[in-house]
Design a protein around this ligand. Structure first.
Ligand code: RIB
Length: 305
């Protein structure tokens, strides 16, 4: 099968507890439940794109352990091409420790494990997948050199390149921007990248303007309950959030990115793709967990707010 979306990124096993609220420093809290759930920003985006109609390949690394096998099997169940998901001896598969509170917000600590082993050479080894792709997606849970290689290669091949700069601790290397067609941060990531606070639609516009000035092709800032802001240098366009009852926001941003990419790969306009990604993300927050919460094409097409 020829793939049209390739994701270069992370696979994590999510160790998820639910508690009334997030713990304070030094505090022990009683949790309400615990679950082991397939996650990782890269894998979540791959699953979202596949469930929403794209033909997807994943390039990533897991440890040669039970979690690694479970994560690979989860992708294979979605018909995702996993020839480039490598199992590395001597390292543990990446994990994310997640607490979700009663208001559906979360706190996450990620231990990279095998994700840290995804080298530029590993991506270069599977260059044939990049060549097949129409859309290439990266995030920041794998080594910086690997993201850099993928962005530059995607640009050289003339592909549509999406960077979801998550998690972001500070500015991106300046020379990455020229390779990015769509930069898709959330509020805190937009603030970290731009150096500007993002607390309102107006401040999001200022941050998006700064990111465009740095060289990003187009910017979509996801704003949670405030929807999303699109900026292309010609105009700003606000997409309102859809009214849903949130249970767990884990993976909502990933669902948006995967849905957006799948829609672009199927020839939808970028505005249609944003609206499509928003419906998918809205549905995902009504369900628990990362990959289990991602809706399918029928759910999105049948959605009535
Ligand atoms: O974006 C959500 C994801 O972030 C989780 O699945 C977790 O693995 C972390 O990578």
């Amino acid at each position: 099968m020829d793939v049209n979306v390739v994701v270069v990124g992370s696979l994590n096993m999510d160790l998820v507890t639910r508690a009334e609220r997030l713990p304070r420093a030094g505090e022990t809290l009683a949790g309400e439940s615990f679950a082991t759930v397939a996650g990782g920003k890269g894998a979540n985006q791959a699953v979202a794109a596949a469930r929403l109609g794209a033909r997807v390949a994943m390039i990533g690394c897991v440890g040669a352990d039970a979690y690694g096998e479970q994560l690979r099997a989860a992708l294979e169940r979605e018909q995702i091409d996993c020839q480039a998901v490598t199992s590395v001896e001597g390292v543990a598969t990446g994990v994310a420790l997640i607490v979700v509170d009663a208001s559906s917000q979360n706190a996450i600590v990620v231990v990279a494990g095998g994700n840290g082993q995804l080298s530029p050479a590993a991506v270069a080894h599977f260059d044939g997948l990049l060549q097949q792709a129409e859309v290439i997606i990266c995030q920041l849970e794998v080594p910086q050199a690997t993201v850099e290689h993928t962005l530059a290669r995607g640009r050289a091949l003339g592909k549509t390149v999406i960077l979801n700069p998550a998690p972001a601790a500070g500015p991106l290397p300046a020379d990455w921007y020229a390779s990015i067609d769509y930069l898709i941060p959330n509020e805190s990531e937009a603030a970290a990248l731009s150096g500007l606070p993002v607390v309102s639609l107006e401040s999001a516009e200022a941050a998006a303007g700064r990111l465009l000035a740095l060289g990003a092709g187009k910017v979509i800032i996801t704003l949670g309950e405030q929807g999303a802001l699109f900026a292309d240098g010609q105009c700003f366009e606000h997409f309102a959030a859809l009214p849903v009852q949130a249970l767990d926001t884990t993976g909502a941003g990933d669902t948006f990115v995967g849905g957006f990419a799948a829609a672009l790969a199927q020839g939808k306009s970028e505005r249609e793709a944003i609206a499509f990604g928003q419906v998918a993300a809205a549905l995902s927050v009504t369900r628990a967990g990362a990959q289990p919460s991602i809706p399918g094409l029928n759910d999105v097409q049948g959605f009535r707010p």
